[in-house]
Design a protein around this ligand. Structure first.
Ligand code: FMN
Length: 321
């Protein structure tokens, strides 16, 4: 047989994208053991069999060989830290985890996209690995995006060709549109994400023109009425002079000495900072539901979408733009 370059061989195998699992069991003393494994695979539906392989130099090998049971946790895209934890060597992999004993005392972890509790039915020699085959006795699935491992890196899975082709979500003849209508999705997302801020604006009795003017002055600094108006014209919420008058009356803005521009007072700035903190907290809360990759993808898509649909609106934070 041709001798293999081990790095090249690994790289070639790395082209095969897999999921990531954490597989658990117990050792002779009843202590929990667990390893991260991407070698998991389905074998048979009837009887329900799965397999995976463990390196012979793994510290957990004796436990898996003797316990007679194992539990497979298929990880979700948000479980990268869990994968790293069980890919390390050591005995404290379970510290701080809220696990429960399952079939054959194998630890059941709280986080998974799918979980398979198995009885070990076969063990095979596999070179420098041992192949374990297990019969699935219980399983559970959750609606989660899977964690993927490809070319030695974590990745997320994207379904191909999902959804209706662009344009098909709206039917002019019937006047109906489906919830794949992109502009509907965009405005509904905006509407829902603005809920906390809108409630606060109502409480502060600040109209959206006044809020936008406050934000713009917070970002840019002193501005004339004409500046404010031309910067905000594209939003459909440019301020009227009565808006600025109301902000003057409430002590949120003051006239500068040149008599032409307006600046935020201490009170106005503190309201601006408070509303900004609220928006930041809303963003943090809403984005906590999604992985960093999902957020990065949507951000970059929105940036490109904004560039493509731009009709010359000024950048809010660049004066004179
Ligand atoms: C994504 C990923 C997949 C892995 N898949 C396997 C695998 O299928 N089999 C294996 O023996 N080791 C695999 N490992 C390495 C083990 O998780 C690692 O060697 C672990 O430290 C073994 O723990 P132990 O020595 O405490 O038993 C993988 C590691 C990562 C990060």
């Amino acid at each position: 047989m041709k001798s293999l370059d081990s790095t090249e061989f690994r790289n070639a195998l790395g082209q095969f994208a897999t999921g990531v699992t954490v597989i658990t069991s117990v050792d002779e003393q009843g202590s929990p053991v667990g390893v991260t494994a991407s070698s998991f695979n389905s074998v048979s539906l009837d009887p329900p069999l799965v397999l995976w392989s463990l390196a012979k130099n793994s510290g957990s090998l004796p436990a898996f060989q003797q316990s007679g049971h194992f539990c497979v946790h298929v990880l979700a895209s948000t479980h990268e830290a869990l994968s790293q934890r069980f890919a390390s060597r050591g005995s404290d992999k379970f510290s701080g985890l809220d696990w429960q004993p399952g079939l054959g005392s194998s630890p059941l972890l709280p986080d998974f996209a799918a979980q398979f509790q198995c009885k070990t039915t076969y063990q095979y020699e596999g070179g420098d690995h041992v192949i374990f085959v297990g019969e699935v006795h219980e399983y559970e699935t959750r609606d989660e995006q899977p964690l993927v491992f490809h070319k030695g890196r974590y990745a997320t899975a994207k379904e191909k060709g999902r959804g209706e082709p662009a344009g098909d979500a709206v039917d002019i003849a019937t006047g109906k549109f489906s919830d794949n209508f992109f502009l509907y999705l965009l405005s509904r997302a905006h509407f829902q994400a603005s809920h906390d801020l809108n409630r606060e604006l109502q409480e502060e009795q600040l109209s959206s023109s006044q809020y936008l003017s406050l934000t713009l002055m917070g970002l840019v600094g002193d501005m004339s009425f004409q500046d404010l108006h031309s910067h905000l014209d594209h939003t459909g919420d440019a301020p009227q002079f009565s808006d600025i008058q109301r902000m003057l009356d409430r002590g949120l803005v003051t006239e500068t000495s040149d008599g032409v521009r307006f600046s935020l007072t201490v009170r106005g700035r503190s309201l601006y900072v408070r509303l900004l903190a609220l928006s930041k907290a809303t963003e943090k809360r809403l984005l906590a539901e999604f992985s960093d990759e999902e957020v990065a993808d949507v951000r970059s898509f929105l940036q490109r979408f904004i560039a493509a649909s731009d009709q010359g609106a000024p950048s809010l934070w660049k004066q004179g733009n």
